[in-house]
Design a protein around this ligand. Structure first.
Ligand code: GLN
Length: 243
């Protein structure tokens, strides 16, 4: 990134923003500003080119048809893959997560190629749709507190050897494979099934992306009172729903 200016790119708000995932962009922006960083946010619609000079890219969830259209356009565009080759950070949710993998099943029931940025393959779950509150533990290496979120997906995601599980669920389905894993990540590319939007419930994830972008180990603390209240409310809800 430039000395003090962070470039945040929100990918395809016209196709991949069905579940309030815009909230993630708001949280990243706000937490960067609270640390005195100058952030520019670019919302890139699906008829526009993906810039390759961003620092952090956010990709949201979406319904099955918009998900296919987004995958087609992202493949054709190629900008997100180039950005990752340049060291950019990507955080993706649900449909966006599936698109970042090798392939997923599209709305026509066909295997749709993804971007291959994560070593995962998504299939269509045979069982009921995975819907509800989730509680999990984020991978130790990332050093973050428990994950709280909300999932709503039919897809089931299988991790290959170069993808690490982002978290392990205590409640909920996550990747839906029955092995307790939730989401996936490699060096700078992250995927999760958590909507919510996930960063409003887990602001530490926004901080993780900022630290990676700034290449620092810590950020000045900020007041997390409201986030903590929301976290506690949703963790209690998840715990009670499954008690
Ligand atoms: N269409 C995908 C699925 O159901 C993604 C849904 C979503 O983004 N919530 O698995």
């Amino acid at each position: 990134m430039n000395q003090n200016s962070l470039r945040l790119v929100w990918v395809y708000p016209d196709l991949l923003s069905t579940y309030g995932d815009q909230g993630n962009a708001l949280v990243v922006e706000r937490r960067a500003r609270q640390r005195g960083l100058d952030v520019s946010r670019l919302d890139v619609r699906s008829d526009q080119q993906i810039p390759t000079s961003g620092d952090i890219y956010l990709v949201g969830g979406g319904e099955d048809r918009p998900q296919r259209l987004a995958a087609e356009r992202l493949r054709r565009d190629g900008g997100l893959n180039r950005a990752v080759s340049n060291g950019a950070i990507v955080f993706s949710v649900c449909a966006g997560y599936q698109i970042l993998g090798h392939e997923f099943i599209n709305d026509l029931g066909q295997r749709e190629p993804g971007l291959g940025l994560l070593d995962v393959v998504s299939t269509r779950g045979e069982g009921e749709r995975c819907v509800g509150d989730v509680l999990g533990d984020i991978d130790d290496r990332l050093g973050l507190p428990p994950l709280t979120g909300f999932e709503n997906h039919q897809g089931v995601t299988h991790l290959g050897p170069s993808a690490r599980p982002f978290a392990r669920v205590r409640f909920g389905n996550g990747n839906g494979t029955g092995d307790g894993t939730e989401g996936a990540y490699n060096d700078t590319v992250f995927g999760t099934y958590m909507h919510g939007p996930v960063m409003a419930r887990n602001p530490h994830i926004a901080d993780l992306l900022l630290k990676l972008a700034l290449d620092v180990n810590a950020l000045p603390p900020v007041n997390d009172e409201w986030y903590e209240a929301l976290r506690n409310e949703r963790i209690t809800a998840a715990t009670q729903a499954t008690a």
